[in-house]
Ligand binder design. Structure first.
Ligand code: SAH
Ligand code: DHB
Ligand code: MG
Length: 227
């Protein structure tokens, strides 16, 4: 057995990394601020997870990204930065107000950065609207960050609609530090934690995917479609 472990447990090292890479730049800071002023919940991806999204997107070099759960557009901007020129971000958001704020935020940031990309926000429950874009696929990257009970449904959609070599990413897959205790949970906790555990399980056991979880605070599951 390797003596090498997995997650980083020295808080000072986490501080060091954040200090080193300064993951919240002016444009991302502006999205946080406008979202706060509009009283959106402050549940955008963590600063380093935003950077991870950008890095992963740049590595995949996608032409078409699907994002499920737009909020104010913070993760959307991170992902859009990794699009190839002429690429598209299609983001799905149930809440009309979130979608409206994200539309303004993304339009401004993409313009100011002169990114040669398009974005579209589909307002409504994601599962209803995803079927409407299937004909535009297959897609290169799917980021899942909306209602946790539907994560497995979103994964099944991604399995069907990603190209081989495409990537699925999901936020919050440590279920607030409880994912390993899904069996013990009851009520709404069971629904949320159980759904996230189920999502990780179906990805881990799917022979068409190679997966891992980046051990960030929230847990960022990443899978590549290999066949
Ligand atoms: N990805 C965003 C954060 C998303 S928070 C970021 O990091 O910047 C989760 C979002 O999912 C919320 O805006 C919520 O309104 C939305 N949501 C919840 N249920 C949904 C559903 N069924 N379909 C689409 N969006 C949903
Ligand atoms: C919460 C955080 C998230 O990243 C998310 O996608 C949904 C909810 C939360 O902390 O409640
Ligand atoms: Mg999240």
């Amino acid at each position: 057995m390797s003596r090498k472990s997995f997650a980083q447990t020295t808080p000072e090292i986490a501080d060091y990394v954040i200090d080193l890479f300064q993951p919240i730049d002016a444009a991302l800071c502006e999205i946080i601020n406008t979202s706060e002023r509009a009283e959106l919940p402050g549940i955008q991806v963590g600063p380093m997870d935003g950077r991870h999204l950008e890095i992963l997107a740049r590595a995949v070099a996608p032409l078409h990204i699907i994002e499920i759960g737009t909020l104010g557009g913070y993760s959307g901007l991170c992902l859009a930065r990794g699009l190839q020129p002429g690429g598209t971000l299609s983001s799905f958001e149930k809440n009309e107000k979130h979608a409206r704020i994200a539309e303004e935020n993304l339009k401004k940031a993409i313009g100011e950065e002169s990114l040669d990309v398009k974005f579209e926000i589909y307002v409504g429950p994601a599962l209803d609207n995803l079927t409407k874009v299937e004909h535009k696929g297959p897609f290169d990257l799917v980021f899942i960050d909306a209602d946790k009970p539907n994560y497995s449904h979103y994964f099944k959609w991604a399995e069907k609609n990603l190209r081989i070599g495409g990537m699925v990413i999901a936020d919050n897959t440590f279920a607030w530090g409880e994912v390993h205790k899904a069996e013990e949970k009851t009520g709404n906790d069971k629904k949320m934690v159980g759904a996230l555990a189920e999502f990780n399980l179906i990805l881990a056991q799917n022979p068409n995917f190679r997966g891992t979880i980046f051990p960030t605070e929230e847990g960022l599951t990443v899978g590549v479609k290999i066949k």
